[in-house]
Design a protein around this ligand. Structure first.
Ligand code: NAG
Ligand code: NAG
Ligand code: NAG
Ligand code: NAG
Ligand code: NAG
Ligand code: NAG
Ligand code: CA
Length: 461
């Protein structure tokens, strides 16, 4: 629960730096700007909360998936087999033996850390039953809606498949729709005209295309990857270097189809035909034909409907840490007693802070909070976190430049109002019952980065 413990620091930081962020008018070219859900601001009536649209940082989602192969016994090595190189049938030194660790090629090797030599990879059985098709489904399941933020990249260690389909599910694997078709010959394989992601326009962005870009030329050893181009699609709205993210956010806000297009709960790689390197399959030496994948990259973030900036992996399950009085794995409901108005997704607009659309208490009629956003704007340049009058630092803390309290050891909070919890057990009751020893905050890295820099920001502010 480290992220929760650090939140007060983040709020203080946000309060410190709203003026900086505002002045610079600079929106980073990454899809990760909405990183704070609320910040405390100073108003005539004292401290008040300002709520903002927020989302978790994009991260490597392959750490949180479950992989399923179909057929289940399609992985090589049981019984052991010897493989020949696709380019050279006399080079037969690839041995697969599931019972020997050094010679086994289980599915996990598609997700381990690459960059070492030799690469590690999953490998299928060879095409022993030719001409019966050698088909494999590799299904990646998150049991959570996630939003893709970067290209999906598959790296093949033997040739890239001559035919494959990338599919997605938005309903936990009940129904599937294609994302993209891949073939050496799109017309022949799928009766589709070959296209590339560059052919897409704003109007055709949601079209499902067949591409020949990633199937050709097994001899080109450098061409080992198969992509699904997320960034090229973003670029149709945000410009070639994703400079104009405001335009993309605006579109995502207003076009549900577009948003859903980048949202998944599962991915399926349907391998339909392995590389053969020629028009004819060498029936005398089928040990040359198989699938081998060394790496799969899936970058994305938990979908939290702009109501959470952190997502935790707990007991094998991803879940948003909902703010704005929302709840559920995707923050897609109002909390009990907060049904004062219908739940609503947050909005990216107006740039840069968006609109939180918080859930409000059921019985209290109209919203009873200060017109925080206007006050926030008005007071931005004099936003103070502490002083020697109303906003006194407590428990022996001292106020520095009206910008933050330096707390005595053992205390934390913006005004040092809370005892810092020493062990995980001590924190539990303060943290709304969600605490768990094994929480693994995904936003951890970002949180740390932000916390390392307050001094830098202080000097900026
Ligand atoms: C792969 O999944 C598709 C549905 O997405 C299904 O129709 C097909 O039978 C599966 N193929 C194999 C080999 O399991
Ligand atoms: C996998 O299992 C199926 C059905 O159980 C069987 O028909 C097939 O021969 C098996 N394949 C291999 C490569 O062992
Ligand atoms: C494949 O060809 C190589 C070289 O001719 C040979 O050593 C190997 O036994 C062949 N494999 C099969 C299954 O025929
Ligand atoms: C998926 O998550 C739900 C809770 O949201 C849980 O009940 C279910 O068991 C999970 N399914 C799998 C296959 O992990
Ligand atoms: C719900 O929102 C109110 C203000 O809108 C806030 O004071 C309170 O802490 C929130 N409750 C929870 C459990 O987040
Ligand atoms: C907040 O204040 C501004 C300026 O005073 C006003 O234009 C706006 O309508 C107010 N918003 C709400 C929700 O009251
Ligand atoms: Ca690997």
């Amino acid at each position: 629960m480290r992220s929760a413990m650090l939140l007060p620091v983040l709020f203080a930081l946000q309060a410190l730096c709203t003026s900086v962020g505002h002045a610079m008018q600079h929106y980073p070219a990454v899809w990760g700007h909405y990183d704070v859900c609320k910040s405390q601001i100073y108003t005539e009536e004292g401290l008040a909360w300002d709520y903002m649209a927020c989302q978790p940082e994009a991260t490597d989602m392959t750490e949180y998936l479950r992989v399923t192969l179909d057929p289940p016994n399609i992985t090589c090595g049981d019984p052991p087999e010897t493989y020949c190189a696709l380019e050279n049938p006399y080079m037969c030194n690839n041995e697969c033996d599931a019972a020997t660790e050094e010679l086994a090629h289980p599915p996990e090797l598609m997700f381990d850390i690459e960059g070492r030599n030799p690469t590690t990879f999953w490998q299928s059985t060879s095409w022993k039953k030719y001409p019966k098709p050698l088909q494999v489904n590799i299904t990646l399941s998150w049991n959570k809606t996630i939003e893709l933020t970067d290209d999906i990249v598959l790296t093949f260690e033997s040739g890239r498949p001559e035919q494959m389909v990338l599919e997605k599910s938005l309903d936990y694997g009940r129904t599937w729709t294609p994302y993209q078709f891949y073939a050496t010959d799109c017309l022949d394989a799928f009766t589709m005209e070959p296209k590339t992601a560059n052919d897409l326009t704003q109007q055709t962005l949601l079209d499902i295309i067949c591409t020949e870009d990633y199937s050709r030329g097994y001899v080109w050893k450098n061409d080992k990857t198969v992509r699904f181009e997320i960034k090229d699609r973003f670029a149709l709205f945000a410009g070639p270097r994703l400079h104009n993210m405001a335009s993309l956010y605006g579109q995502l806000d207003t076009t549900k189809n577009l948003r859903d297009f980048f949202t998944i709960t599962d991915l399926r790689i349907r391998l339909l035909k392995p590389a053969t390197g020629a028009t004819m399959v060498d029936e005398n030496n089928l040990s040359r034909y198989f699938y081998a994948i060394s790496d799969i990259k899936v970058q994305g973030r938990c979908k939290c409907n702009l109501h959470a900036n952190s997502c935790v992996f707990d007991k094998g399950k991803l879940g948003c840490e909902c703010e704005h009085n929302t709840t559920g794995p995707d923050c897609s409901r109002c909390k009990k007693h907060y049904h004062g108005r219908a739940w609503s997704v947050g909005s990216y607009l107006p740039i840069p802070k968006g609109t939180a659309n918080i859930c409000i208490p059921s019985n209290h009629g109209p919203v009873h909070r200060a017109n925080a956003s206007s006050l926030g704007v008005a007071n931005r340049n004099q936003a103070r976190v502490c002083d020697n009058a109303m906003l006194r630092c407590q428990n022996g803390g001292t106020c520095h430049h009206h910008q933050r309290c330096h707390c005595s050891p053992g205390f934390t909070g913006i005004l040092c109002e809370r005892a810092r919890c020493q062990g995980p057990g001590d924190c539990d009751d303060q943290l709304s019952g969600q605490a768990s020893l094994h929480h693994h905050p995904i936003g951890h890295q970002r949180t740390l980065t932000l916390v390392v820099f307050p001094l830098l920001f202080v000097s900026l502010c």
